[in-house]
Design a protein around this ligand. Structure first.
Ligand code: ADP
Length: 255
């Protein structure tokens, strides 16, 4: 299988008036289509920087990023980016928030509207289509933000701590819920989190970064022997603790 994404020897530093902040050092890995990759590492190590590079918002100083075998700048691969805050516009209805990306891309048509309606239906939000974001719970808002991203049919979905603004209880349900949606839609996803339980419950592979400047300290494949491999079932499976502990140990060795 050809990887959908390849990072080769990426280095990146921020340059400010105060000087240079080295964020990433010699990062190389690849991701297969449909794979769910979770990136963990100490706070400030360079996780968001890595996603910004993959999204094309910033360029690597050295090294290359290939999407479907093409350099990032020549690639036409569609990338969706979902952030910590849902960034829904309060004055727009949920339906009009979901259509926002299509409007920006000038791809709003009868068929893309139909796709938006189907997604709202599938993910249980159609009865809130005409509601304003303030009428929805935190979890429903995050689901609406995900639908707004999915309606653009991204080949790669980047998620930067998408659940961290939610309270603990909601966060558990929403991360499981959204993890399921992404898995069932067969999307390739890269998710950044500092929550190791979230990582183990969602990932096919966990990439553990060292402290800044981030290097890859370990790539851990995750697989559960479950008839129904859902985040919730994973949390109750015996392997869960073993994976959690091995990530924890790796991160503490780096401290
Ligand atoms: P993480 O997502 O792992 O918390 P980041 O990728 O956000 O880490 O940041 C890595 C390092 O780069 C941090 O030390 C941060 O302060 C620094 N940094 C991030 N963005 C900028 C910026 N725009 N300008 C200067 N330094 C930055």
């Amino acid at each position: 299988m050809e990887p959908i994404l390849e990072l080769k020897h990426i280095h990146y530093a921020y340059h400010t008036m105060e000087g240079e902040t080295k964020a990433l050092s010699d990062i190389s890995f690849s991701v297969n289509p449909g794979e769910f990759t979770v990136i963990v590492g100490p706070s400030g190590c360079g996780k968001s920087t890595l996603l910004s590079l993959i999204s094309g918002l910033i360029r690597p100083e050295t090294g290359s990023i290939l999407l479907n075998g093409k350099e990032l700048k020549e690639s036409t691969t569609n990338i969706g980016y979902m952030l910590q805050h849902d960034h829904l516009f309060e004055w727009r209805t949920i339906y009009h928030n979901v259509l926002l990306g299509l409007e920006i891309q000038h791809t709003l048509s009868a068929s893309t509207r139909k796709r938006a309606n189907q997604l709202l239906e599938t993910y249980d939000l159609s009865q809130f289509a005409n509601a304003k974001p303030s009428e929805l719970s935190g979890g429903m808002r995050q689901r609406a933000a995900l639908i707004r991203t999915l309606v653009l049919e991204p080949e790669i979905l980047l998620l930067d701590e998408p659940f961290s603004a939610l309270d603990y209880q909601t966060r558990l349900t929403v991360s499981d819920d959204i993890g399921q949606i992404i898995r069932s839609s067969g999307r390739t996803a890269l998710l950044v989190t500092h929550d190791l339980s979230e990582a183990v419950s969602l990932a096919d592979r966990v990439i553990i970064l060292s402290k800044r400047p981030a290097t890859i300290s370990k790539i851990l494949p995750i697989s559960f022997q479950l008839t129904e491999d859902t985040p919730l079932h994973r949390r109750n499976a015996p392997e869960f603790k073993t994976y959690f502990n091995s990530i924890w140990k790796e991160m503490n060795q780096n401290e």
